[in-house]
Each structure stands twice: as C-alpha cells, then as structure tokens.
Design a protein around this ligand. Structure first.
Ligand code: GLN
Length: 265
C-alpha cells in the first residue's frame, strides 16, 4: 500500500490534560493513533485539552485520557467535571471513540476515593467507582478480550478467537464495575480492575477505560485500530474502510510478551 496516499478522511483527537495526566508512556498512545492514521493517509489533528480550555465535542472523533498520580488527578478533577463533563458525557452516549487509562479511567467513573480519604468526583460516563487501597497493584498484565469487543469492521469474522492484550499496571485504586458497563476482558496475568474479580477495564458504547499503561496502543495494534475504525464509522458511515497495515513486528512482540508472562504465572 502507498502509505502516503490521501484517504480523504480526517480525524480529530482530543488529548485530555496531557500535562497533568501522562505517566508510564501514556502519551505514546496518541503518537500511535496519529502515526497509524498518517500511514493510511488519514489526516489527523491532535487537540490538547488543558484546564480552562473549551472543547466543541461534536468536532472530536477520538478522545484520550491518560493516567496520573492522585495529586495530578486532584488538580484537574473539578475542571474536568464542570467544564467537560456534560458535553463529553453526551458525546460518549453518542458513540465517541474514547480510551482512558488508569487515573483517566477512574475519573470517567462516578468517583475515586483515594487511600487518604479524598473523594475525587468523576463525570459518571462509565458505571464504575474506585476506592484506593494501601497496597498498590503493580506489574505486567495480560488481558483476554473477545474479538467482538475490538472489531475494526462492521462485518467482523464471527469465528475470530479472543485477543490477548499486554500492558503494565500501577494503581492503588480498586475499580468496581456496575451493571451499566461490561468488562474489557479478563486478566490472565496481573490484577486488573480490583485484584478480586478477575475483570479488567470497562466498556460502554465506544468508550474503553482500563488500567493498561505501556504505552498500550503501540503494543496492541488491534486496540489502536479498533478506536480508529470506530471513529471513521461514526464520522463517515459504516462503509469507511480501514486500510490494513503490516503489523507483523508488533504482533510478534505482543505474542512474545504474552508467552513470557503466562509462563511466569
Ligand atoms: N492515582 C491513581 C491510583 O493510584 C491512578 C494511577 C495511575 O494512573 N497509574 O490508583
């Protein structure tokens, strides 16, 4: 494929609070999304959203919200709730493609009660709540995800097997999913949402929250393409096709990491 050929498609990515919420390489997720668009000739604009910034969410195709320390979350939680909450919730309800990691995931939920007792309000877009514990949940993670959850086509292969995503977690928060979300998947290695129920992450419409740092998307091209495909379909209709890329290196690295972590169990 001619990687520079213009596709005629254009996507806008909102990167929420990049200066406050960016740990363990989370910024790499935005770089990966932009690069995978560029390789396909999709014009991609990244819009950083900081405290005090207004956003016209109707113009945004993908939103990304990274993780942060409790102190970083405390600095932006109120701005996020007041300034972005209502319109972002509406966009999520309308099918916005969104990925939120760890601290960002927690603030999409109802609240995060930190281990020091501070209650940080979330926007309630995801039916989850989070309670901080005294022991941090740290380490590499393998999450098994149903293929249907990460589809890139409106006519996916019904026989496709599950996908194993790899990532790195480091959180004190234990997140408990409610009935309004389904888990992203189940942990084969690592702690996941809360270290108790074997679930990891939460999915509502086209929004995914999870604990997987990494950077996550360069390591897991299936998830990156799921977000891009979802955004294209929402903006340009179900006929919008995602051109294939050669992911043999990325997928070999992913398989090697999965094998290493599952042997260590
Ligand atoms: N501060 C939150 C916690 O410890 C989120 C951490 C993170 O984003 N890695 O649970």
């Amino acid at each position: 494929m001619d990687k520079s050929a213009a596709s005629g498609y254009r996507l806008r990515i909102a990167h929420l609070y990049p200066d406050h919420m960016n740990i363990y390489g989370d910024r790499g997720n935005v770089i990966a999304l932009r690069q995978r668009c560029t390789w396909r000739g999709i014009i991609c604009e990244v819009v950083p959203v900081g405290p005090g910034d207004g956003v016209d969410w109707e113009t945004i195709d993908i939103a990304f919200f990274g993780g942060g320390q409790d102190s970083g979350q405390a600095l932006i939680a109120e701005d996020f709730l007041e300034r972005q909450g209502p319109a972002l919730r509406a966009a999520i309800d309308d099918g916005l493609a969104m990925l939120a990691i760890c601290g960002g995931y927690q603030l999409l939920g109802h609240y995060f009660l930190t281990h020091t007792g501070q209650r940080l309000p979330g926007i309630g877009a995801l039916d989850v709540y989070t309670v901080g514990g005294n022991v941090r949940l740290i380490g590499n993670v393998v999450v098994e995800v149903a293929a249907a959850t990460l589809q890139t086509s409106v006519a996916p292969d019904p026989h496709a097997g599950p996908i194993q995503l790899v990532g790195f977690e480091n959180h004190s928060g234990r997140t408990y999913p409610g009935a309004g979300v389904r888990p992203l998947g189940h942990v084969l290695a690592g702690h996941g949402n809360n270290g108790e129920d074997g679930t990891e992450g939460a999915v509502y419409r086209n929004t995914i929250g999870c604990y997987l740092h990494g950077s996550l998307l360069p390591k897991n091209p299936q998830l990156a393409d799921h977000l891009i495909a979802t955004a294209l379909h929402r903006r340009y209709g179900n006929g919008a096709l995602l051109a294939p890329l050669d992911d043999s290196m990325e997928l070999a690295a992913q398989r090697a990491m999965v094998a290493r972590l599952l042997v260590q169990r």
